[in-house]
Every structure is written in C-alpha cells, then in structure tokens.
Design a protein around this ligand. Structure first.
Ligand SMILES: [Zn+2]
Length: 195
C-alpha cells in the first residue's frame, strides 16, 4: 500500500507557514495567505501527498496547569497597564506542547519604551510564564530571555517583522519596531526547544 499521508512531529503555532500554496492546498485548520499555507491552530502538521492537501491536527488537550509552566498565546488587547492574551497552548513536562485555552494577562507597567509605546502589540504571538492562576485567568510574565514575542507583524503592512540587531525590521516599509522579543524570535522550533 502506498503511503499517502505524511505525519511530522513538528508542532506549529497559529500563523506558521506549513507549505507553499504551489505545493499543497489548505486542508483542515489551514488557510492560504500570500502564496503560503498557514496553520490556524496549535497542532501537528499532516501532509496528504495523494490529494496534495496539508492540514493541522489539534494536539492533545491538557487538563490542569501549574504556576511556572510556559504558556503560548496571542495578544488580543492592550491598554496602559495590561496586555490581554488568548492562551492556546501550554508546555507540559511530560506531554510537550499541549492545547490549553485560557484568558491571560501580562502586566505592562515596566514594558513601555521611551516613547510610551507598549513593547507588546495586538496580534503578537508570545511565550510567557504562568505567574499566578486566578479566577479571571492567568497572570503571565515575559521577563527572561526565553520569554516574550515570538512573531509579530508590521503595524503598517502586516508582513512578519525580521529580527535585526536589537530591534525588529520591516523590509517592505524599511522601518523598525520595538518589542520585548524572546531570544529565538523568528526561529521557533518548539519540538527542538523542548527536547
Ligand atoms: Zn511594513
């Protein structure tokens, strides 16, 4: 029997490029964007080489979380004091990256640049540490070189910003933006990092 489905161990985040649109059509939990197929969820990639589709399967759900664990999410709102985060996955020490949905909040009091702009923006994908688990959600921290923004888009043209020296740069607009980035910004390999 011919092998037609090709499963990889790699875990992807929402917005990750999983194929080019020339190679594969978007399947379940995937969509086309600017010539690429991107993942819409946290999960593992499934390539179907017979039908030439690429899908993403959700990863196992986590039942309980603990303070000190790493949570991944997307920033949905910012104000003067907080960034709201929609948590989508948590790193479990036995299971690896697992799906977990929760509301989170990052305190921004010390996260403003010299112009008063927060170093986290709406739409940023962040890696955080769970500092507290409260009734209204998680209190999340981004201090530490491994924590912070993993992916962000140019606030003008919406293409992903590239890390350049100490700031993030848009090749298209030829301008920089500042974020509190994780040291592996732009080169995320969740399976590798965890191994
Ligand atoms: Zn731009």
């Amino acid at each position: 029997m011919q092998k037609s489905s090709n499963v990889t161990d790699a875990l992807v985040l929402p917005g990750d490029v999983i194929a080019t649109a020339e190679e594969y059509l978007p399947g379940r939990n995937a969509a086309e964007s600017n010539g690429y197929v991107v993942s819409l969820i946290y999960g593992s990639v499934r390539k179907d080489d017979k039908n030439l589709t690429v899908s993403v399967s959700p990863v196992k759900k986590k039942l309980s979380v603990h303070v000190g664990e790493i949570a991944y999410g997307k920033v949905t709102k910012t104000d003067q004091r907080h960034a709201s985060v929609k948590v989508g996955a948590v790193l479990d020490k036995d299971l690896g990256l697992v799906e977990y949905t929760a509301e989170g909040s990052i305190g921004l009091s010390s996260q403003f640049d010299k112009n008063g702009n927060p170093n986290i923006h709406i739409g940023d994908i962040v890696r955080t540490k769970i500092l507290r688990i409260g009734e209204r959600g998680f209190e999340l921290g981004i201090f530490g070189k491994n924590l912070g923004v993993l992916r962000t888009l140019c606030s003008k043209c919406r293409i992903p910003l590239q890390k350049k020296d100490s700031s993030l740069y848009c090749d298209n607009c030829e301008r920089s933006e500042i974020r509190k980035v994780a040291e592996d910004y732009g080169m995320i390999d969740i399976t590798g990092e965890w191994a």
